[in-house]
Design a protein around this ligand. Structure first.
Ligand SMILES: *Cc1c(COP(=O)(O)O)cnc(C)c1O
Length: 373
């Protein structure tokens, strides 16, 4: 059997799957271009690093690395339950929230089942849907001249739900656009979805959002048994490298996800660090403040440069270069700055730029000014 025949043996969804394109790692840019002092504004990581409390907790845990982690993550679930004011039976821990998004797809999508999501949504939804063998229903986004340009169109999403729909994915705020759906509209939307359809609200940037912007959908879990909220320690908590996130759902859905989950999907360092990170309220407050300042700094600079950009409730901005963005991206790489091209999202003129420290943002703006001249 030759290689081409073997490829035909792969599951149908996998055969036509395009892999996820991550932001370029710093070490790769060093290897390829020989540049130093690299600034990475490509993956919406916290520029302040991890919380010192999380680092200390991890260091304490290292001596026990020969042992398997607690497969049920008991202590972290207890800590999260107290933090979120809900029972631990609603929590599913994941190897990043990406893991729980995949678990949801694996658990609920069969070959005839559909997942509905917006154009320009987070790239993991189509990948998880297709890999699980489900059908993707992509709903046109809001137009570029809308107050939430390229954002989720809840009414259109609602119209695309059919008897075959099992999951609706909503990112709030959305990545890569940064747009959000206001709380009352989102709650009405969830209330209008048939109870047989799971509504997954991805709140990866929750800690960065202002209460007046995106909703805290966790408060609606009691009301809607078909609601699932996902969150992560990768963004504001600064623990992306550890891979830890979670889903909040009805205990029944959590029980189903637990059947599919790998027994030790979350490692012991991540469990320890996440617990400590939840206790570091000061760190999150500081991270929020640095992000708010940095977001305003970038938006003001883009306005000065005549670079149009989309409103953001996260720690990143989607900016329109007004020309093909890949050459701009390449030139930034050569000056040691990594941002994120989004041509694979169907946005060839945009770059997604993570909010860094004041100094990092300044360097990015200086380079962009030169490039766009
Ligand atoms: C970054 C991100 C995630 C998840 O990342 P994990 O590191 O897997 O927790 C999930 N959803 C959105 C919208 C994101 O931007």
């Amino acid at each position: 059997m030759n290689t081409a025949d073997l490829i035909q043996l792969a599951a149908p969804g996998v055969r036509s799957l395009q892999p996820y394109r991550p932001g370029k790692p710093i070490s790769e840019l060093e290897r390829e271009y020989g540049v130093r002092d690299i600034i990475k504004l490509a993956s919406n990581e916290n520029p302040l690093g991890p919380s010192p409390k999380a680092l200390a907790a991890m260091a304490d845990e290292v001596a026990d690395l020969a042992l398997y982690p607690d497969a049920n993550g008991y202590l972290l679930k207890q800590r999260l339950a107290a933090h979120l004011n809900l029972p631990a039976s609603r929590i599913t821990l994941g190897n990043g929230s990406n893991d729980v998004l995949v678990l949801l797809a694996e658990t609920f999508l069969t070959p005839n089942a559909e997942a509905v999501f917006s154009e320009y949504c987070f790239a993991v939804y189509p990948i998880a849907t297709q890999a699980a063998g489900g059908r993707a229903v992509v709903v046109p986004a809001l137009p570029a001249d809308h107050a939430m340009p390229l954002g989720h169109d809840l009414e259109a999403i609602h119209r695309h739900i059919s008897d075959a729909t099992r999951i609706v994915f909503i990112a709030n705020p959305n990545n890569p656009t940064g747009t959000w759906v206001p709380t009352p509209a989102l709650k009405d939307f969830v209330a209008g979805i048939p109870p047989s359809v799971l509504v997954v609200i991805d709140e990866a940037y929750f800690e960065y959002t202002d209460p007046g912007q995106a909703a805290d959908a966790v408060r609606w879990l009691d009301e809607f048994p078909n609601l699932v909220v996902t969150r992560t320690f990768s963004k504001a908590y600064g623990l992306a490298g550890l891979r830890i996130g979670y889903a909040l759902s009805s205990p029944e859905i959590a029980d189903l996800l637990n059947r599919v989950r790998q027994p030790f999907n979350v490692n012991s360092l991540a469990l320890a660090a996440a617990q400590a990170a939840l206790d570091d309220v000061e760190f999150i407050e500081h991270s929020r403040a640095v992000n708010a300042g940095g977001l305003a700094q970038l938006q003001a600079a883009f306005d000065t440069l005549g670079v149009s950009h989309i409103p953001s409730a996260g720690n990143f901005v989607l900016a329109d270069m007004g020309r093909p963005a890949l050459p701009v991206y390449e030139t930034l790489l050569r000056s040691g700055i990594i941002v994120r091209p989004v041509d694979n999202y169907g946005l060839p003129n945009h770059l997604r730029i993570t909010v860094g420290t004041e100094e990092q943002n300044g360097s990015l703006v200086d380079s962009l000014r030169e490039i766009l001249g």
